[in-house]
Design a binder for this molecule. Structure first.
Ligand SMILES: NC(=O)C1=CN([C@@H]2O[C@H](COP(=O)(O)OP(=O)(O)OC[C@H]3O[C@@H](n4cnc5c(N)ncnc54)[C@H](OP(=O)(O)O)[C@@H]3O)[C@@H](O)[C@H]2O)C=CC1
Ligand SMILES: C[C@H]1O[C@H](OP(=O)(O)OP(=O)(O)OC[C@H]2O[C@@H](n3cnc4c(=O)[nH]c(N)nc43)[C@H](O)[C@@H]2O)[C@@H](O)[C@@H](O)C1=O
Length: 319
């Protein structure tokens, strides 16, 4: 692990391209950078710039010349979406990240941060999962296509660093949640899916809510504001070939998550488990001690994060 002064914090007029800035992660990074006083963010919606289109991405980078690049645009979804659209998850992610990383390098960006996911690790990795568990065993089948794309992104950053001496780094977040999440009933991740389902059940006076799988898988959740803080921290403090895990260090079973969600939303009926739906990885707690050793710690507890996210949901998604 190395460290290098990227002069990020002190250079508030820097041109920073945050790709995917309307998504869960990108919007949190924009909030964070704006709070810190960054004045020159470069932002493009998917409609304005389709990052899968190589020539459009090349033209965009040639004309805007971002100095710092954060790759938070991706094809993202929960267990059902990953399992149902494997071609989209591998192809779109490989296209976006390859176009952005290569164009950023060719157009003189000083530093790039690529975001992967904890699903890059083997299904039965040692727990908590250290960074060097990468490529030591078979992947979880429900998201292997997405995982392969993300692994390719890590390797691309490493290859450009080795061959070109270019400051490309990668961060691997655990399961995230917060404002601007995707609340789609089937294609979203578990936390927003359950928030919506419990809310609708409460409003409709339903007696029960169906939750997928057995409830036994363990997941580590991190509020997206903590992730945004970690992203800025890594842009400032980290420069190295190895990817860094970004987690909360706290895990809960899906059953515990569902019980907490039920309480936060105020649903008073029963939970029904649909064991025909996949559980996915049994456990994926990451070892985030390398990032902690550099001085970063998460701040938002799951309980506070759920309360805040439900407040946001009521104000922005459903009344
Ligand atoms: N959510 C999570 O739990 C986790 C997320 N991550 C990683 O964080 C990153 C961001 O995820 P998250 O914010 O949750 O995802 P979102 O789906 O909320 O946001 C993704 C963003 O990327 C944009 N995008 C997608 N395709 C294209 C494209 N072809 N051209 C331009 N923009 C595009 C989307 O725009 P539009 O909606 O208009 O298509 C959207 O704004 C991803 O790399 C993901 O792997 C890692 C671990 C966990
Ligand atoms: C971030 C991560 O996200 C994905 O992996 P995952 O952690 O398995 O994601 P998930 O949030 O969709 O599910 C977590 C658990 O929760 C259970 N579950 C219960 N009820 C619902 C439910 O209603 N919806 C969903 N989605 N899951 C449910 C579900 O059966 C599973 O046991 C990857 O595809 C990959 O993209 C990735 O990197």
């Amino acid at each position: 692990m190395g460290s290098q002064n990227a002069a990020f914090f002190d250079y508030k007029s820097a041109k920073v391209f945050v790709s995917g800035h309307r998504g869960l992660v990108g919007s949190a990074i924009v909030r964070k950078l704006t709070q810190l006083g960054f004045t020159n963010l470069i932002l493009r919606t998917h409609t304005e710039l389709d990052l899968t289109r190589q020539s459009d991405v090349e033209a965009f980078f040639a004309s805007t010349k971002p100095e710092f690049v954060i790759v938070a645009a991706a094809k993202v979804g929960g267990i059902h979406a990953n399992n149902t659209y494997p071609a989209d998850f591998i192809a779109i992610n490989l296209q976006i990240q390859t176009n952005v990383i290569d164009s950023a390098y060719r157009n003189g960006a000083k530093k790039l941060l690529f975001l992967g996911s904890s699903c890059i690790y083997p299904k039965f990795a040692p727990q908590p999962i250290p960074e060097d568990a990468l490529l030591t065993g078979p992947l979880e089948p429900t998201n292997e296509w997405y995982a392969i794309a993300k692994i390719a992104g890590i390797k691309m950053c490493q290859a450009y660093r080795i061959q070109h001496k270019w400051d490309a780094i990668s961060g691997m977040p655990t399961n995230l949640y917060g404002p601007n999440d995707n609340f789609h009933p089937e294609n979203s991740h578990v936390l927003p899916a359950l928030m919506r389902r419990f809310h609708e059940a409460k409003v409709n006076g339903a007696k029960e809510v169906v939750v997928w799988g057995t409830g036994s898988p363990l997941r580590e959740f991190l509020h997206v504001d903590d992730l945004a803080d970690a992203v800025v921290f890594m842009m400032e403090k980290y420069s190295g070939v190895e990817h860094l895990n970004v987690g909360s260090g706290k895990e809960v079973t899906i059953k515990e998550l569902a019980e907490s969600m039920k309480e936060v939303v105020g649903f008073e009926g029963d939970l029904v488990w649909d064991s025909t739906k996949p559980d996915g990885t049994p456990r994926k707690l990451m070892d985030s001690s390398k990032l902690a050793a550099l001085g970063w710690t998460p701040k938002v507890s799951l309980k506070d994060g759920l309360v805040d996210t439900y407040k946001w949901y009521l104000e922005n998604v459903k009344q």
